[in-house]
Design a protein around this ligand. Structure first.
Ligand code: DGT
Ligand code: CA
Ligand code: CA
Ligand code: ZN
Length: 553
């Protein structure tokens, strides 16, 4: 994928498209690439021709790719960071690179300060100001942070490698990954090991690690290839629970917990819970919460939003769980802008064990996504019924419907009234004015069409801010009309954000969970939607997907 970016910045559009197609095919590959390679079947992968086959072969044989290294020398910086900024696509990056030598965040920042962006062909004063704003938003939200999906996968890989090394009695990840926060600043590992030097050496040699930042007796910090750092701490057995508690955070949860300890005449730190000098808990986390008179608080709830009070009064919520999700209520097929066929999506849903799946292709007014008109929806329904029969799973006739500027539904949706489930979304015509947006969304809710509001805030982490909206009014309208709010599991959306979920829950709103998958592999994004729901204190009864959603008669 990196190679594709660099070719595109270089101006080689076709080359870049070819790489990108292969990168996507590789990511979706159900077999082990090395096996495919050994059996000489690389050419069977979509998009792989002779030239690319040679490159993959070179890489798997030697662990290197000459072409990649040449390009890397030319473009030492990670253009991907520039692409994360709103309004910057490869073509504009190409223009900025050739026109002003901009190659990374530093050089972009400098060029903006010196007003050199406005001089680049295709840019002007206005676009320079816009870019300055977008850069500022990026720096304040996601610079130097990874999306949870990526950070969690990385942490899991590292944990597996460490566990199978035999050098660790125990190793866990703490910090924001354990709390399932939507972005992660660094990874925090805690371990018990009898061989600290050996364990440290092993950690340094992991393929995910690019270098040592510092390494001491009981703690080290490493730079990871993914672009963030990670800490590894060696802990004594008797303190492991206390350390896990402390380094899981959050900071505000820890402060509240420490104050509770003090109020009971105890002392809590990363080594244990003490009465005077005598330890009364520390080897396991549960013991610490118990000794403080609390129910166990799962990491997702440790954000200092009332969880300690709830644990004291035994009123913590019984959180929704992944295996309680009976179906996916938002996904796309290649009838609109999805990559996989209806059949592939339905069959994937069946093999994930779902009892139902709702296919929500876009409606006609979203032209960029090849939205469907009423006639196409009628044709699609015939296919859905056939697939439902074939795979023994309820297939709901759904739509992701455009909310029009005046808050009405897409006329094509009104023309075809048979939908079982309507995800109503704002993709276009969004205003800078909160009261306008609020009035529009509430008109949509009051109109009686939506089952749920799709990715309600419209944010894209790092690249697009939330819509300006009076959320309290929207929540009230949803509750009154029985319209749900979506929790969209696409990692860079993570929308509703967990803190708004918590507010909406208090206002009496219910929620639908959706992967918003555009391919079968993205259906796994449901996991992230469940994590957000848990951070928002949701129980099964708050979530539509925990019960059957049937065909509209
Ligand atoms: P991140 O890395 O920015 O995504 O977020 P965290 O929560 O992983 O933060 P990090 O890595 O700085 O620290 C891990 C945990 O360690 C944090 O959640 C709470 C605890 N911790 C770190 N520094 C302090 C501190 O100064 N005071 C207290 N009470 N706890 C701290
Ligand atoms: Ca951290
Ligand atoms: Ca840390
Ligand atoms: Zn959408």
């Amino acid at each position: 994928m990196d190679l594709a970016d660099m070719e595109e910045v270089e101006g080689n559009r076709w080359q870049s498209l070819a790489y990108r197609r292969v990168a996507t095919a590789l990511a979706d590959l159900s077999e082990d690439i090395e096996e495919v390679w050994r059996e000489g079947r690389l050419r069977e992968i979509e998009g792989v021709g002779e030239a690319i086959e040679k490159k993959i072969d070179e890489y798997l044989r030697t662990g290197r790719m000459r072409k990649y290294e040449e390009m890397r020398k030319k473009y030492p910086e990670d253009f991907r960071t520039l692409r994360a900024i709103q309004g910057l696509g490869p073509r504009k990056i190409h223009a900025l690179y050739t026109g002003a030598g901009i190659r990374d965040l530093e050089t972009l920042k400098k060029a903006i300060e010196e007003h050199r962006v406005a001089l680049v062909p295709g840019f002007g004063q206005k676009s320079e100001e816009k870019l300055a704003k977008a850069l500022q938003y990026y720096m304040s939200t996601s610079a130097g942070r990874l999306l949870l999906a990526q950070a969690h996968a990385l942490a899991t890989e590292i944990l597996e490698a460490m566990r199978s090394s035999g050098l660790f009695e125990r190793i866990e990840v703490a910090g924001s990954v354990r709390r399932r926060k939507e972005t992660v600043g660094d990874l925090d590992f805690l371990c018990i090991s009898a061989d600290v030097p050996g364990a440290t050496r092993f950690f340094s040699s992991l393929p995910q690690v690019s270098g040592v930042v510092n390494s001491g007796e009981r703690k080290g910090t490493w730079m990871l290839r993914a672009g963030i750092t990670c800490d590894l701490r060696f802990i004594d057995r008797g303190s492991f629970g206390a350390a896990l508690q402390y380094f899981t955070g959050s900071k505000s949860h820890n402060i509240a917990l420490r104050n509770l300890a003090i109020s009971k005449g105890l002392k809590l730190n990363e080594y244990g819970l003490f009465r005077g000098d005598e330890p009364i808990a520390g080897s396991d986390e549960e013991g610490i919460y118990r000794a403080l008179g609390l129910e166990y608080i799962v990491p997702e709830l440790r954000e200092g939003t009332g969880e300690i009070e709830a644990a004291q009064s035994h009123s913590l919520p019984m959180l929704v769980e992944g295996n309680g999700i009976l179906g996916d209520l938002h996904l796309h097929s290649d009838w609109s802008d999805g990559r996989d066929s209806l059949e592939a999506m339905v069959s994937a849903a069946a093999s994930m064990g779902y009892r139902y799946v709702c296919v929500t292709d876009h409606s006609a007014s979203l032209r960029v996504a090849r939205g469907l008109d009423a006639a196409r929806f009628r044709d699609r329904r015939v296919q859905l019924d056939m697939l439902s029969e074939k795979y023994g799973i309820t297939v709901l006739d759904g739509v992701e419907a455009e909310i029009m500027p005046d808050g009405s539904m897409d006329p094509e949706v009104r023309g075809y009234r048979d939908f079982d489930f309507v995800v109503a979304s704002m993709h276009q015509w969004v205003s800078d004015d909160a009261s306008e947006n609020t009035a529009r969304l509430i008109r949509a809710i009051d109109g009686g069409w939506p089952s749920t509001i799709g990715h309600p805030t419209g944010r894209l982490i790092g690249t697009r801010e939330q819509f300006r909206m009076e959320w309290g009014e929207v929540f009230r309208a949803c509750r009154d009309k029985g319209v749900a709010l979506e929790i969209n599991g696409t990692p860079h959306r993570s929308d509703l954000p967990w803190d708004l979920v918590l507010q909406a829950r208090k206002a009496g709103v219910r929620f639908s969970l959706g992967s918003d998958a555009h391919s079968t592999s993205e259906m796994r994004n449901m996991t992230y939607a469940v994590w957000i729901a848990r951070r928002g204190w949701l129980t099964p009864s708050h979530v539509l997907n925990t019960s059957m959603v049937g065909r509209r008669q």
